[in-house]
Design a protein around this ligand. Sequence first.
Ligand code: NDP
Length: 284
Amino acid sequence: RTEHHFLSLLTGSLASPADENPTVAMIEAAYRALGLDARYINCDVPAAMLGDAVRGARAMGWAGFNCSIPHKLAVIAHLDALAPSAALIGAVNCVVLRDGRLVGENTDGQGFLDSLRTVAEPSGSRVTLFGAGGAARAIAVELALAGAGHITIVNRRAAPARELAELIAQRTGTQASAVPWSPHHRVDRQTDIVVNATSVGLFPNVSAMPDLDTDSLHPGMVVADVIPNPPRTGLIQAATQRGCVTLDGLGMLVNQGLISIALWTGCTADAAVMRATLEGLFSP
Ligand code: NDP
């Protein structure tokens, strides 16, 4: 008689809305390629039901889950511990069950860093970061923990930029400043790495571009965009034309998924399989 097993390792996502989130396709493609008996269940969980959903995931023995809008801050109250970078960022996008305890991680910034390290070393670098929301906070904290020299934060609203600059300057060894977003903003000539961490350029507003003077981008600068859909944003196209080294938001999305899979299963997934899945979904 052949022995059968019918209990899959369970992971998933808690968010609302959830219907447009392609992560389930990317992660399940990775599980199949690994030959893992594991599932990723995409759940639409309203804000008021988050506590019940987390208790449910714990009761059902889920290995972990992602959280997205609107749960990245609220989930912390339902966890047993936070990883150091998630504590600094103040937001959790990945929860891992470790020895019966739910631990909050933040893999957004780590995913960005893994992409960045394929082209540049963050240590000692000078960074201009557009945006001060969740993605920007995660990226700024991970860049600082990786030893970035200076981060200039440029945001439409002044207060979040100031708060993020203060967090980086006070809690890490990296210098940080907030500067106002002037029209056709010129990127400082000393900048090594430019990051768009705003939502400008995201589908369906694909022709929108962060308001910066593309003549201030120079060959040798690394220009990264967090926008995963479409991957070739207006900024990435302009930076390519200017001779910059570019990184698209798909790389960050794939890498944060890779890190989540490693945290939940201990396995290293195939980035190419995951990227191809997303490209297939996002291609016009
Ligand atoms: P938040 O809502 O937390 O932050 C949005 C940011 O965009 C704020 O800094 C906001 O500025 C800025 N912004 C929005 N509209 C404009 C505008 N018209 N002009 C200038 N600035 C603007 O969102 P997140 O940080 O969570 O997400 C930001 C983007 O990052 C999203 O598009 C998301 O898809 C992407 N992302 C990608 C990931 C990946 O793996 N590739 C992972 C996580 C996010 P203000 O404070 O002035 O409102």
